[in-house]
Design a protein. Structure first.
Ligand code: F6P
Length: 546
């Protein structure tokens, strides 16, 4: 990386921001009739429209210069070829190898990992087919009708998000369920709907030590053993992990263990055996389409010039918002109900990857890093929090996701209304409504001057609020693969510019350590050295327990 060039471009971007001054996105559209085509980029049927962000051609040129000063292409190639870029854990970062075609080559420590990836995928597919067809049954000979994935974080969010997103493809397989929280309510609510003789549990955990997952797995095991006997356990469990020893110790048969590798980060693992719950639900063919969509985006990321490279541009515009405009949050607003868990999935992908405060070399970062990522599907969000996005004092850039075609046919105007709302929101956020325009509307409604003066300011929309629209044909397995990979590479791009490690997650450790110290305390033991608040809360909670 060229530090001095990067610093110079950073200053140029600061100066450029000053120069943009009061120019609004509305002004930028007025000045350039080709703005939409200049700022929209395609990948097959996917169109990503950046034109409603307050960026000019000069802004993009400077941001691309910044990316080059940070050697984005070199960093990207290092990741794809298996260099140990996760330096704090000494690991390669190769989720891209999980979706690479069988004849490709990716070397880790001199060994091509692609044959292993495909061998494991074949084992998963064979198992999925046997469960789906009824060739593999429960201990009583009943067909498996319900599959419960027990996992948390990256071992839950991917398959859970995917199963919901792709439910139209889950037509002839068992029903998928997901239990993640150690709160017994999660497991209990799921089990209350299930019949043990027809239920398969997938214990998904990279480490196979995560307390939530292991606690839930043991409860599920007791549930099976209690109703079908201890000998039935083997027929009702499978495991997905990198920790074969711990899986064996739990008592899951070798032929029901599916592996992945330490070069797959938890939040990047839905492409691996961690996707088994999704594979069983939608079938191997659809899962292969999902992988193909991810690979398509990988090819785009490695071979498209930065100027048209969609994930790079997504990342750079995010840098502009976060570091130069000072926007602290980023909303993900799918106008696609089945992407209901996509914002939560992206929260882990983005915030666990880029919520960092030191550079790769351990020195403190000198600029803000990852934003707060959140969102809900439209149109529901419009009737809840969009008020703040339109008129609140914080500017929150948002991604709007919309399909041209729904899966549902014969439902009248539903999709047209959905689409109109999506487009209207981004138009309103960009365009806004001035005081003069607001007063004009009120006048046309026949209000008197006093009322107009009173209501006018409340009806003003500042506009100039940035949005990106991702428009695609239909939420197919391939499309979901593309979406996930686009955001993965966006997050990667931003991590490179911030000079941080996007692939570790030390920030989750302290809470885990303190929870194990507090467990005996909440169970009744006395422990010295608690802070007064924690001590007081423990005492209060204990006093309320019957
Ligand atoms: O929350 C921390 C974390 O390590 C995540 O990165 C990971 O996805 C999750 O816990 C679950 O970990 P495991 O798959 O090892 O159970």
């Amino acid at each position: 990386m060229d530090h001095s060039q990067a610093a110079t471009v950073w200053q140029d971007l600061e100066a450029h921001k000053q120069k943009l001054g009061a120019t609004t996105t509305r002004d930028l559209f007025a000045a350039d009739p080709d703005r939409f085509s200049k700022f929209s980029f395609s990948l097959d049927d996917v169109l990503v429209d950046f034109s409603k962000n307050r960026v000019s051609e000069e802004t993009l040129a400077l941001l691309l210069k910044l990316a080059r000063a940070h050697c984005i292409e070199t960093r990207r190639d290092e990741m794809f070829r298996g260099d140990a870029i996760n330096t704090t854990e000494g690991r390669s970062v190769l989720h891209t190898a999980l979706r690479a075609p069988a004849d490709s080559q990716v070397l880790v420590d001199g060994k091509n990992v692609v044959p292993d990836v495909h061998a494991e995928l074949d084992l998963c597919f064979a198992f999925a087919n046997k469960i789906r067809s009824g060739e593999l049954r429960g201990a009583t000979g009943d067909k498996i009708t319900d599959v419960v994935n027990i996992g948390i974080g990256g071992s839950d969010l991917g398959p859970a998000m995917g199963a919901r997103a792709l439910s139209p493809y889950a037509v002839d397989g068992p029903r998928p369920h997901f239990v993640s929280n150690v709160d017994g309510a999660d497991m209990s609510d799921v089990l209350s709907r299930l019949d043990p003789s027809r239920t398969l549990f997938l214990v998904s955990s990279k480490t196979f030590t995560t307390i939530e997952t292991m606690t839930n797995a043991h409860s599920a095991r007791q549930w099976i053993a209690k109703s079908l006997g201890e000998t039935a356990v083997g027929d009702h469990f499978a495991a997905i992990s990198t920790n074969i020893v711990a899986v064996e110790a739990f008592g899951i048969n070798k032929d029901r263990m599916f592996r992945f590798w330490d070069w797959v980060g938890g939040r990047y693992s839905m492409w691996s055996a961690i996707g088994l719950g999704l594979m069983i639900a939608i079938g191997p063919e659809n899962f292969s389409e999902f992988l193909a969509g991810g690979h398509e985006v990988d090819r785009h990321f490695v071979s498209t010039p930065l100027e048209q490279n969609i994930p790079v541009l997504m990342g750079l515009i995010g840098i502009w918002h976060r570091n130069f405009m000072g926007y602290a949050a980023h909303a993900v607003l799918p106008y696609d109900q089945r992407l209901g868990r996509f914002p939560a999935y992206l929260q882990q992908l983005d915030m666990e990857s880029n919520g960092k405060r030191v550079h790769l070399d351990g020195t403190p970062v000198t600029s803000d890093t990852g934003p707060l990522v959140w969102g809900e599907p439209g149109t529901n969000g419009q009737h809840a929090f969009y008020q703040l996005i339109h008129q609140g004092t914080s500017v929150i850039p948002g991604d709007f996701l919309i399909a041209a075609e729904p899966h549902e046919t014969g439902m009248g105007d539903h999709h047209a209304i959905l689409m109109a709302n999506c487009l209207a929101q981004t138009e309103a956020l960009m365009h806004g409504r001035s005081l003069e325009e607001a007063k004009g509307v009120l006048k046309a409604q026949g209000l008197d001057d006093k009322k107009i003066d009173l209501l006018g300011p409340h009806k003003v929309f500042p506009g100039n609020r940035p949005t990106t629209t991702i428009a695609y044909r239909k939420l197919t397995p391939r499309m979901l693969g593309r979406l996930v990979a686009l955001y993965e590479h966006k997050v990667f791009t931003q991590g490179v510019i911030w000079g941080i490690n996007s692939f570790d997650q030390w920030g989750v450790e302290l809470g885990k350590e303190l929870a194990s110290r507090l467990l005996p305390v909440v169970k009744g033991a006395n422990v010295e050295g608690l802070d007064a608040s924690t001590k007081g809360l423990v005492a209060h909670l204990k006093s309320l327990r019957s």
